[in-house]
Design a protein around this ligand. Structure first.
Ligand code: ZN
Length: 298
């Protein structure tokens, strides 16, 4: 097995790093991972993780898929409604920022393809990539959508997309620079790139430190704040044209972080700190737990 270690910062090309945090994989393995920070730009990177081929053991994708379309039980009931709310919000955002009602969209790391199905049903031509074959099969069976394996990203037609979306995906992708390069090529000159990722400069990240659930090592390789994301976009000829918040993430991530801390009254505390994070993000969207970045081509 080959390990994946980054010697050069993908954002600023700097080669000097300092230790930032030691985080545990609370979700699957219990193993510890070091997160380092670039001295040049402050970008954070999880060290010494498995390469693309071997990292799948840190994902419980089968369990995720089997639970993704059931409405039984109160938690699933809430999950189902929050998801529908978010799907509608994402669809409106795509239409607003692209300025078109119908067009061609590529969703990278589409998972079980609920979002693409939503776009498809509202008249968009949809394409998606997804690493997990289980998730691709689910999309075919459930929505009759043909989703491509991740490596096929490099085979799509240049200048063909009105919108490319990555919903909590970019932080998982080993080949960060290669993917950014492809997004520029695949987008039309009027196209928009929409990227949602967790924000390490959020209130909840600073409050929970190594227990912050959105460090999610080793699955999250890259850790962004607005400054680094803006700079990464500019490196590839994008201009950051807008920011949006993901209010549910403030609550969800805070509740999960409390669970990881094994707190008493985890739910109560999670809602309390989630609410602080959410209130701050109303005035300072760049401080939200997760941020949606909207890029246009320069
Ligand atoms: Zn850097």
């Amino acid at each position: 097995m080959t390990k994946f270690n980054v010697q050069q910062c993908p954002v600023c090309d700097g080669k000097d790093f300092s230790p930032f945090l030691t985080c545990s994989d609370f979700f699957v393995s219990g193993e510890e991972f070091q997160v380092k920070q670039c001295k040049g730009c402050g970008f954070k990177i999880t060290e010494n993780i498995d390469d693309e081929e071997s990292i799948s053991k840190y994902y419980q994708s089968d369990e995720y898929i089997s639970h993704s379309n059931t409405t039984k039980g109160i938690v699933n009931f809430i999950y189902h409604h929050v998801r529908n709310f978010m799907l509608n919000r994402k669809m409106r955002l795509v239409k607003n920022v692209s300025g078109i009602k119908k067009g061609q969209i590529l969703d990278v790391g589409t998972g079980t393809a609920f979002f693409l199905d939503k776009m498809n049903k509202s008249g968009w031509q949809v394409n998606g990539t997804e690493k997990s074959s289980g998730a691709r099969n689910f999309a075919k069976k459930e929505f009759n959508l043909d989703i491509s394996p991740s490596e096929n990203l490099f085979r799509f037609k240049e200048n063909s997309c009105d919108v490319i979306t990555l919903w909590h995906v970019l932080e998982h992708i080993h080949q960060l620079n290669e993917n950014m390069e492809m997004f520029v090529r695949l987008l039309k000159s009027t196209g928009r790139l929409i990227i949602a990722v967790p924000n390490f400069s959020s209130f909840d990240a600073r409050h929970y430190k190594n227990f912050w659930a959105a460090y999610d090592v080793p699955r999250h390789i890259w850790h962004f704040a607005p400054e680094q994301m803006k700079r990464l976009g500019e490196k590839y000829g994008f201009k950051l044209s807008g920011l949006r918040t993901m209010p549910f993430d403030s609550f969800y991530v805070s509740m999960l972080s409390e669970k990881y801390k094994k707190s008493k009254l985890a739910l109560f505390k999670g809602i309390f700190y989630g609410k602080i994070s959410w209130l701050i993000s109303l005035f300072k969207p760049e401080k939200c737990s997760s941020v949606i970045y909207i890029f246009e081509k320069i």
